[in-house]
Design a protein around this ligand. Structure first.
Ligand SMILES: [Zn+2]
Length: 163
């Protein structure tokens, strides 16, 4: 995925504001991890991020640092943590135009969809004494695979009861 510099810049601003509010420092390492996050396709595990940084960007960073920073990014609203097949997975917390995430409660799959009407509504909202840096909307439900599997299970259950 091409890096979207405008989105990254906004994310950096949001992170800086968060760190400042928490009395934490903005380090080059932190910024490099944030940049790596935005280089992913939006869904990643901490290990994938570590690989991206050490192998492709040749940036030495410890696993603990990646995990710690992801926790900070999550608190700052930049990423969202999901549990997928027992593994911790992250997804971007917000994008510039693509803000609606469909989250499958069954398998944890996240699909980003665009909705111009929702986007327009959010941007037209009058926010008092508040500067928006981004937003996210999560819709929970079941992906087609999981809803099919559920229907199959329900049918089997019914068949067993009828016997
Ligand atoms: Zn699913």
């Amino acid at each position: 995925m091409e890096r979207n510099d405008a989105v990254l810049e906004k994310a950096e601003q949001a992170l800086e504001a968060y760190l400042h509010g928490q009395g934490l420092r903005c380090t080059p390492e932190r910024n490099a991890i944030l940049e790596a996050v935005f280089m992913t396709d939006g869904n990643f595990t901490p290990d994938m991020l570590l690989e991206e940084m050490t192998e492709r960007q040749n940036f030495r960073v410890s696993r603990a640092t990646v995990y710690n920073n992801l926790t900070i990014f999550e608190q700052a609203g930049l990423v969202k943590r999901l549990l997928h097949e027992g593994k911790i997975k992250y997804t971007l917390g917000w994008h510039e135009n693509c803000n609606v995430s469909l989250v499958c409660s069954g398998c944890g799959q996240v699909t980003e969809v665009q909705n111009k009407r929702i986007d327009k509504l959010v941007h037209e909202m009058k926010l008092r004494r508040f500067q928006m840096t981004g937003y996210s909307l999560q819709i929970f439900g079941l992906c087609s695979k999981c809803s099919q599997a559920l229907r199959r299970r329900m049918k089997q259950k019914k068949n067993r009861q009828n016997k």
